[in-house]
Ligand binder design. Structure first.
Ligand SMILES: Cc1ncc(COP(=O)(O)O)c(C=O)c1O
Length: 407
């Protein structure tokens, strides 16, 4: 299906005047002032610390998206709305054009945020006491909400060998029992930055189908595949994956819109699962995106990807800076290159420091705040996650402080 660009999809004035080459406006070097914006990231930073933890970037939002939001607000009309077809068209267009996934529009639904959307999948498809498999070290909110919702999180830790992670399929086979109902896949993987390949996903889908287990694939970092590589949407890999899979994703990471809570969507090819999931959302009255969500999804998922490509080149340069720094300075810390996203997983095990001391060293001596590797579960001890989605000058300052604190 040919969609000429976001502005063509939206009735009325929305997006009509903001169609321009947004890459021309992008200045990722600019130090932005996040003061007074209720930033969680900066709220934790005291005493001149540089916050490099939570996954949002110290860049302005894509100007095209920002302009679309401003234009919509300029109408001064914020009454009740119904979700326009253009919301679903935009997601279908993006999955096809950017990820090569030929999505049927019927498979797409709104999701009330990525984690909230995943939480609703636990509620729709599992019962209290049922087991949900995760593959640590992995995004901590998976386990947090599995447990808060009275389900049991079961770890299938990844195997880390020769600086590379892979799934432990043998370990996985041993975990299944009659209470195992779901597996949450982080695709791409946070915090290790892995773009899962097609063979791995095909195999995962087959094993899960054999054991009657649904795969919920969190693809929030999927638009940020680096180095010319491609993200592989889980349900795109096989008919089996279409039967067992539920994708939950959104533009909030790649387009830096995390404060627009509830900006996400689901893709569920299997009709029965889709009806059940969307029905559960409806029962919980969680099926209505806000105006800001709709506008931002339509604006982000447009034909012109120049801003996103510039962003990725900037992140790659920041990752290269981190790699060069740690190869020139033997501090006992090795960065693992992310294949996707702006989070660098730092292997600090050579330092031999207890985790608490390691994080103290970053925070109290270097005055930077990375995320604590141990918060991501087994395999995270001895690691820290560094958010390099920031101006290069800020990263230089942070690395200079690391040198003083760890030399
Ligand atoms: C893998 C992953 N999933 C979900 C989220 C959060 O998504 P949302 O804010 O839509 O709940 C994050 C945020 O860091 C993430 O890294």
């Amino acid at each position: 299906m040919a969609i000429a660009g976001a502005s063509a999809m939206v009735p009325g004035s929305i997006l009509s005047s903001c169609a321009k080459d947004s890459s021309k406006e992008a200045s990722f070097d600019e130090l932005i002032d996040r003061g007074g914006t209720w930033s969680i990231k900066y709220g934790r930073a005291t005493d001149g610390e540089i916050p490099m933890w939570i996954a949002d970037m110290d860049f302005k939002t894509d100007p095209y998206v920002a302009n679309a939001l401003k234009e919509r607000l300029d109408r001064d009309v914020l009454g009740y709305i119904s979700t326009p077809p253009e919301f679903f068209d935009a997601v279908a267009f993006w999955e096809r054009s950017y990820h090569g996934f030929d999505v049927d529009r019927e498979w797409i639904g709104y999701a009330p945020g990525v984690i909230t959307g995943i939480n609703q999948a636990y509620l729709a498809f599992t019962n209290p006491g049922d087991k949900v498999i995760i593959q640590p070290p992995v995004y901590d909110h998976f386990k947090l909400y599995i447990e808060r919702l009275g389900r049991v999180a079961v770890d299938n830790p990844m195997i880390f060998e020769d600086g590379k992670y892979r799934m432990d399929f043998e370990g996985l086979e041993r975990l299944f029992d009659e209470r195992t109902k779901m597996l949450v896949l982080c695709n791409p993987h946070n915090p290790c930055g892995i773009l899962w390949d097609k063979d791995t996903l095909v195999r995962l889908a087959e094993i899960c189908e054999k054991h009657g287990v649904i795969v919920v694939s969190d693809e929030i970092h999927g638009d940020l595949a680096l180095y010319g590589r491609k993200h592989t949407p889980f349900c795109s890999v096989s008919e089996t994956a279409k039967r067992v899979g539920i994708i939950i994703a959104g533009p909030t990471k790649a387009f830096n819109l995390a404060g627009l809570a509830g900006t996400a969507f689901c893709i569920i090819p299997d009709e029965e699962k889709r009806n059940r999931y969307l029905g559960a959302l409806k029962d919980a009255k969680l099926y209505e995106p806000s105006i800001m969500t709709i506008v931002s999804v339509i604006a982000a998922y447009r034909e012109d990807t120049a801003w996103l490509e510039s962003l990725k080149r900037y992140i790659e340069a920041n990752v290269a800076k981190v790699e060069k720094f740690f190869s020139e300075n033997d501090l006992g810390i090795s960065p693992i290159r992310p294949q996707a996203s702006f989070l660098v997983w730092l292997d600090c095990r050579k330092l031999g420091l207890p985790q608490e001391e390691l994080m103290e060293r970053f925070r109290k001596k270097a005055k930077i705040i990375p995320s604590d590797g141990s918060s991501y579960g087994p395999g995270g001890e001895g690691f820290a996650r560094l958010n390099v989605g920031c101006p290069a000058s800020l990263l230089d300052e942070a690395l200079g402080r690391v040198l003083k604190a760890f030399a």
